[in-house]
Design a protein around this ligand. Sequence first.
Ligand SMILES: [Zn+2]
Ligand SMILES: [Zn+2]
Length: 127
Amino acid sequence: MSSKEYAREYKRKQRIKARKEGICIHCCKYPATVNYTSCEKCREAIRIRMSAYHSHAPDRPDKPPVCPLCENTKNKILYWHHWDDNQPTKGMWLCPHCNAIVELEDRKLVQKYIGLKSAVIVDFLSR
Ligand SMILES: [Zn+2]
Ligand SMILES: [Zn+2]
């Protein structure tokens, strides 16, 4: 086995171990985010790298004059929001605020928020 192959094999094993232990498979340092194999830090780094890459992706619809979700004309900057890295052109233009919210939805955190909110409401009713 060459040293290159050895290094690759070592990395592969590290990744399997990290996955099992629920730590980030990229840095093998920080705990992985719920439902993901990488930590918050690496996820952000990957997201930035991917969005820089996808900002050059062709075949995307033209930027609309306003965010289609909040329709706030003050939000001049629009980000390309996509959820499938295999189909980077499948997505929509959103302002940073709406983009942050839909990210939560994509991570199923909105559903979780509704659950937490309901628990608070029920708690208040029982007082
Ligand atoms: Zn990491
Ligand atoms: Zn918006």
